[in-house]
Design a protein. Structure first.
Length: 294
């Protein structure tokens, strides 16, 4: 069987960059094993598989080259942007079904915003924090003063780590094996390191994402991590605002600049009830995949 897989770059910054994801339509015809093999053949960090749903407007399943994961931000943005650009979706409010429930999706012009849950935080024990610092090859003095790294979950878990010097962030050369081991231990998809400096005015942080646990040494845009980071900035660094703009991908060995927007939903007491994270996407190419269904 031969299928054409559109490659869609999500969270583009300006007219370029972003994080490419494969989008496979009519995925109900494929088995889970087929989907895994297709994702491996596409070879990107994630591929989204789109099927009919009885719970939402569409069902999305996400596969890395090595495994299925519950949620993927950039592949969600890629999939809904592709559905919109090809005329398969023409309303501003829609929804997705994932393996752990329904999430709302908002279409605002050329941007796609996906719902995430209220944050859950877990602190690190001192011994584990020391291991994290060694994995990043940094010292405790490199951390933003007054707060510690936390595992933050708004749908997927990420270890959020604040660095006070942007040059340290840009120069990180992490121990991928140690990052993978620690990620397994804390049940996080990866490390999301950030500083409060950015390349352009009006942005709140610059970030780098390391996720060898799921086969990704570094990712250029991570929508499911940008949500946790925005919550961390609000709750742990007291940045009391609702809209956050986060850069990613600028400091990779081969840069792919990305911009992620996060909008917090706050109650009357200013507590985070949930959030929407999103950005823009563009189709970059069509990839031909040949395989034998099983």
């Amino acid at each position: 069987m031969v299928i054409q897989v559109p490659i869609v770059n999500a969270f583009i910054d300006g007219e370029k960059g972003g994080n490419p994801a494969g989008v496979v339509l009519d995925a109900e015809r494929f088995s889970t094993e087929d989907k895994q093999r297709i994702a491996a053949a596409v070879g990107l960090s994630e591929t989204a598989f789109v099927s009919p749903s009885t719970q939402a407007d569409v069902k999305l399943e996400f596969f890395t080259p090595t495994q299925q994961i519950a949620h993927c931000g950039h592949a969600t943005v890629a999939a809904f942007s592709y559905l919109q650009q090809t005329g398969r979706l023409d309303r501003p409010q829609t929804s997705k079904e994932t393996i752990d429930g329904r999430r709302e999706i908002l279409m605002e012009g050329a941007s796609v915003f996906m719902e995430q849950r209220a944050p859950h935080y877990e602190a690190l024990e001192s011994e584990l924090l020391s291991q994290v610092l060694r994995a990043l090859r940094i010292d405790e003095s490199d951390l933003i003063e007054g707060t510690d790294p936390y595992v933050v979950n708004t749908g997927n878990s990420f270890l959020v780590i604040g660095l006070k010097n942007p040059e340290v962030l840009k120069g990180l050369k992490v121990d991928q094996e140690k990052v993978e081991q620690i990620s397994h231990r804390i049940d996080a998809l990866g490390f999301y390191a950030f500083s409060l400096a950015s390349n352009f005015d009006g942005r709140d942080a610059g970030a780098r994402m390391f996720a060898p646990r799921i086969g990704i040494e570094e990712e250029s845009a991570t929508g499911m991590a940008a949500g946790p980071l925005a919550c961390y900035l609000y709750d742990k660094l007291s940045m009391r605002k609702q809209d956050f703009y986060i850069e990613q991908g600028h400091w990779m060995p081969i840069p792919s600049p990305s911009l992620l927007s996060v909008r917090l939903n706050l109650d009357e007491g200013r507590k985070i009830l949930g959030l929407f994270a999103g950005g823009r996407a563009e189709i970059s190419e069509m990839k031909t995949i040949e395989f034998t269904p099983r």
